[in-house]
Design a binder for this molecule. Structure first.
Ligand SMILES: NC(=O)c1ccc[n+]([C@@H]2O[C@H](COP(=O)([O-])OP(=O)(O)OC[C@H]3O[C@@H](n4cnc5c(N)ncnc54)[C@H](O)[C@@H]3O)[C@@H](O)[C@H]2O)c1
Length: 293
């Protein structure tokens, strides 16, 4: 996709972090952008900030883990701007990496609610995005692009992030199929998968948006403790790459129809080593934490 001016982008998880940076960058390019998020106050502020700069943006509250809300997002997009050319399925939560809960619990002790919450957003959110928007984009028969946000956790493995990593491996695999299927059909819509390393966002306090009914028995800390852990989570990746740098990379990848988007800090040796062990049939070496403190 070469021409951006006047085209329409939809970004989920756009109230914060990378989603906000994508929306901002697309709007600076002259696109009309729908920012969507589940966190309404943060979304309202994000939209107001961009509008103040006279950028053409609209905010739509939607929970990507609910197919009817994603459908409502598509309807609102068509009402506002009459089409959609770029879709970023970006909303995500840290699941078992989230600071708002105990991060050392092994997989077999994790609550089904934690699995539901993490898969609901990170995997089903992407599924609902492509199922809802792709038919619209294909019918338009105009150049378009879908960017799914996975993670380096979707390319490598470690002892931590068993649930989060499983969701991100899923996003990589879904995106690969999408890439092949669109190409096989000669579609004008293309696909990319974004695998960031460590980016300075609010991902580690994503429990701030976890619904009360998706906490396992005895799992939910007191409101005061949640507040403390949110601050801890927010500080955790302050050393990460700036989201604006990722936004620039994403824009370039859409232009170049580049499928794999890995940020420069992704440890390629971890990906190579995993593949080497698979091919050699040797056991994985002792794990390093996937996310280095
Ligand atoms: N920050 C990193 O280092 C990193 C690394 C790899 C991948 N990622 C991925 O990047 C994506 C963006 O996250 P971020 O790092 O910018 O974090 P972030 O927390 O700053 O932004 C994520 C946004 O998603 C929204 N969200 C959460 N649940 C939602 C739901 N049910 N429906 C709609 N929106 C919802 C949040 O409110 C938030 O605004 C996520 O998919 C995350 O897994 C982040």
């Amino acid at each position: 996709m070469q021409a951006f001016d006047g085209k329409v982008a939809v970004v989920t998880g756009a109230a914060s972090g990378m989603g906000y940076a994508f929306a901002e960058r697309f709007a600076e390019e002259g696109m009309r952008v729908v920012l969507s998020d589940v966190e309404e106050p943060a979304l309202n502020k994000a939209v107001a900030d961009l509008r103040q700069r006279e950028l053409e943006v609209t905010g739509v509250v939607a929970d990507v883990s609910k197919s009817d809300q994603v459908q409502a997002l598509a309807d609102a997009t068509l009402d506002a701007y009459g089409g959609v050319h770029v879709l970023c399925n970006n909303a995500g939560v840290a699941g078992d990496l989230d600071f708002v809960r105990d991060r050392d619990t092994p997989l077999w002790e994790q609550s089904a609610d934690l699995w539901d919450w993490t898969f609901g957003i990170n995997v089903f959110g992407v599924l609902y995005g492509i199922r809802t928007f792709l038919p619209i984009m294909l019918k338009q028969d105009e150049p378009g692009h879908v960017v799914n946000t996975a993670s380096m956790a979707g390319l490598a493995a470690g002892s931590t992030a068993g649930i989060y990593g499983a969701t991100k491996h899923s996003v990589v695999r879904i995106s690969e199929s999408l890439f092949f299927q669109l190409n096989e059909r000669g579609a004008k819509v293309h696909a990319s998968v974004l695998c960031p390393g460590i980016i300075n966002t609010r991902i580690f306090s994503s429990g701030r948006n976890r619904p009360n009914n998706l906490w396992g028995d005895g799992e939910q800390p007191s409101p005061k403790e949640i507040e403390r852990r949110i601050a801890e989570g927010d500080a955790h990746f302050a050393h990460g790459l700036p989201p604006a740098q990722v936004a620039e990379q994403v824009l370039g990848a859409i232009r170049e129809e580049q499928f794999w988007i890995l940020t420069p800090d992704v440890p390629l040796d971890r990906i190579r080593s995993r593949t080497d062990h698979i091919i050699a049939g040797t056991n994985p070496p002792p794990p390093q934490p996937l996310v280095r403190p």
